[in-house]
Design a protein around this ligand. Structure first.
Ligand SMILES: [Zn+2]
Length: 313
């Protein structure tokens, strides 16, 4: 069964540590490598550009990671840049043979409102953008910003420009106010690439039931994430906790809007049994033990395939 994964931070790690090698055997400092994607049968992996807090956020810092995406990840044999529906079919469709890499930006801070940088990134393959990470920036407040403000005027025009270019809006990390303003503003379906259900785990990064219903109503997508403290706040998280979040979203009418966004390489503690892309097979087995195969296929890649095919120009 081919897998789609909507979020990982391998690019940011590659940027910070020049010794890391994308094509090295898995387990050598990177969770997501050419080898681990093959071992996990990942058909499509989204790669987020993320500039860590405390480092200079300039267009150059983002473009350097975009260059790594092209130089290291896309240069590996059998990797295909995912820009449109035909690319999605080539990596997730029934005759898929290649693996797809989709370029995302986690936080627009470093663009500094420069539209040439956004358009250039789009030409380099950018197809998914989160307005901000946890803090406030020129576009919007993040969920950990105590002020809790929503989108700025510039942020609103960024959403419009992304939609015009065909860049999907990612609401993971947004403040609640930012989420609702985006939902109202968006003319296209949007997604939460790596967030869980707050009703089950009360971390602010997780989505409330109302937010989940709004994503479903907008024909959007929710990538359930393997970050242990977004799955379970009281004990070590395990694969069962992933199932609890899947099943909760199903009770809210979201069964056909669930996907996964692991956050591999963005975490340093792991959910038991989910230490890298190769472990998707264990998750698939656990899902199949409790749910019908067509639904499980949808969660593992079918819904991401439909969402991306429908919404990437
Ligand atoms: Zn994140």
């Amino acid at each position: 069964m081919r897998i789609a994964d909507l979020h990982c931070d391998a690019l940011s790690k590659l940027d910070r540590d020049a010794k890391l090698e994308w094509s090295a055997p898995s387990g050598k400092g990177l969770d997501v490598t050419a080898e681990s994607l093959a071992n996990g049968n990942i058909g499509l992996q989204a790669f987020a550009i993320w500039v860590p807090t405390g480092t200079p956020k300039t267009p150059e810092s983002v473009l350097r990671q975009a260059a790594l995406f092209h130089d290291k990840i896309l240069s590996a044999q059998g990797m295909r840049l995912v820009k449109n529906g035909a690319d999605v079919e080539a990596v997730l469709g029934p005759d898929a043979s290649e693996r797809g890499a989709l370029l995302a930006l986690e936080g627009a801070d470093a663009l500094r409102g420069e539209r040439w940088a956004l358009r250039l990134l789009h030409r380099l393959g950018l197809r998914m953008l989160g307005l901000t990470w946890n803090e406030a920036n020129w576009a919007c407040d993040g969920i950990m910003e105590p002020r809790g403000a929503g989108l700025t005027k510039e942020g609103r025009s960024l959403v419009a420009e992304c939609e015009a270019l065909g860049i999907l809006i990612d609401v993971s990390h947004l403040s609640e106010k930012g989420f609702w303003e985006t939902a109202e503003l968006a003319r296209r379906p949007f997604l939460a690439s790596h967030s869980n259900a707050r009703a089950l785990c009360p971390h602010p990064r997780n989505l409330t039931d109302d937010q989940i219903r709004a994503l479903v109503a907008a024909n959007g997508l929710i990538g359930i994430t393997f970050v242990p403290f977004f799955l379970q706040s009281r004990r070590q998280a395990g694969i069962d906790d992933v199932l609890r979040h899947v099943e909760h979203i199903c009770t809210l009418g979201g069964a056909n809007h669930i996907a996964f966004g692991s956050d591999f390489d963005g975490i340093d503690t792991y959910t038991l049994g989910l230490a890298g892309p190769a472990d998707y097979s264990a998750l698939a087995d656990a899902l199949l033990a409790r749910h019908a195969e067509p639904l499980v296929r949808g969660w593992l890649s079918g819904h991401a395939r439909r969402f991306l095919t429908d919404n990437l120009k």
